[in-house]
Design a protein around this ligand. Structure first.
Ligand code: SAH
Length: 345
């Protein structure tokens, strides 16, 4: 059905349009329309009709359609289930914070990282998202919710560093002055710890915020709950994080979902302190979201753990949970809908 035109950079569009015999300025013009969120070529009112028809014949535009939407009555958090052009589903969530509205987007359909506590990985990875599909989550969420989006977090379904080329392209698109023009400092990327990807980001010296899903500071525990640790263990991960900080000067945020009797012991807090030495890390403690399919249970020691980190000079916050009355955490809504389809409802 043609290639996804919303994934193309202004330069690529300019080249493609020149090859169609069009003047150079058309590329930027089309890019501007695409990143304002048009759903059809028809809407590009200052593009000649003949060209709009040629583009419609050559390219695919508009992959995402809203399949379901839930809005929290508690805090206005809105969760979207999007259907893609091939029938697959992904999720995005808009959260309303004092510092601005933030959209959390997915980077893959499913995930192949296999973390024991995560709903997104249960059915494995189906495919990568294109840059255009990631950009559409931002612009369509903004259009539908009416909330101007100022921040993006790549923390939805999927592992962004397992789809790095498309993610880098997505960053270029949303950061572009003719596009949504969202500054790198307003974008966070969360990874389970794919070390080569972290090293690549460091080389690029992007000013985004890197979040690392740590969840355990010792290799034995981490390998048990995060299979990625068997490929890149805690020591390799921390070495990459220290290098990342040295290169970019950007403080890393470490995500830590607290699991009862697994990663919430005092010695584990002490080990985090030790491994962070030399780098101004920030630990974000997350009360584990209960995933029905998983035997892991939320910790009851979140405050003690936080205190122990703070007492030793490590900044630790407890993540406020939004959207508690809707299926707002990763992969939960998609699982529910997939389950229903499997049962033929
Ligand atoms: N693949 C990326 C981004 C997606 S997950 C990553 O691993 O970072 C976003 C965050 O939610 C990660 O920190 C992940 O570990 C965490 N998470 C997943 N399932 C969770 C659960 N049941 N409770 C709390 N946090 C969870």
């Amino acid at each position: 059905m043609g290639i996804d035109i919303r994934s193309m950079t202004p330069e690529e569009l300019t080249d493609a349009l020149k090859a169609m015999g069009e003047p150079a300025f058309r590329g930027k013009q089309v890019f501007t329309w695409l990143h304002r969120g048009v759903r059809s070529f028809e809407e590009m009112s200052d593009i000649p009709k003949a060209l709009r028809e040629k583009l419609a014949a050559a390219y695919r535009l508009g992959g995402l359609t809203a399949a379901q939407k839930q809005v929290s009555r508690l805090d206005g958090t809105a969760k979207y289930l999007w259907e893609l052009h091939d029938g697959n589903c992904i999720e995005s969530v808009v959260m309303r914070y004092r510092h601005g509205n933030t959209v959390c987007i997915s980077s893959q359909v499913g995930c192949r990282m296999g973390c024991a506590f995560c709903a997104s990985t249960l059915g494995g990875k189906i495919r990568d998202l294109t840059a255009g599909e990631m950009a559409e989550q931002v612009m369509f969420t903004q259009a539908d919710s009416g909330l101007p989006i100022s921040n993006i977090v790549l923390m939805g379904i999927g592992e962004p560093l397992d789809n790095l080329e498309n993610v880098l392209r997505f960053l270029e698109l949303v950061n572009h002055p003719l596009g949504m023009n969202i500054g790198m400092r307003h974008i966070s990327l969360s990874t389970c710890g794919l070390v080569p990807g972290i090293r690549r980001l460091a080389e690029l010296e992007l000013q985004l915020t890197l979040s690392v899903s740590l969840h355990a500071p010792d290799s034995e525990t981490r390998s048990r709950i995060m299979p990625v640790n068997r490929a890149y263990d805690v020591d390799e991960l921390f070495a990459a994080c220290h290098d990342y900080f040295a290169r970019t000067g950007r403080r890393i945020s470490f995500e830590y979902a607290m699991i009862d009797g697994v990663n919430d012991a005092d010695w584990q807090a002490d080990l985090i302190v030790k491994k962070l030495r030399g780098m101004p890390g920030h630990v974000n403690l997350i009360p584990l979201n209960d995933v029905v399919e998983s035997p892991l249970k939320p910790s009851r020691r979140v405050r003690q753990f936080q205190q122990r980190l703070e007492n030793q000079g490590v900044t630790a916050t407890v993540r406020r949970s939004l959207g508690g009355d809707i299926d707002a955490s990763c992969g939960q809504l998609r699982r529910k809908v997939m389950g229903r389809e499997e049962q033929g409802q």
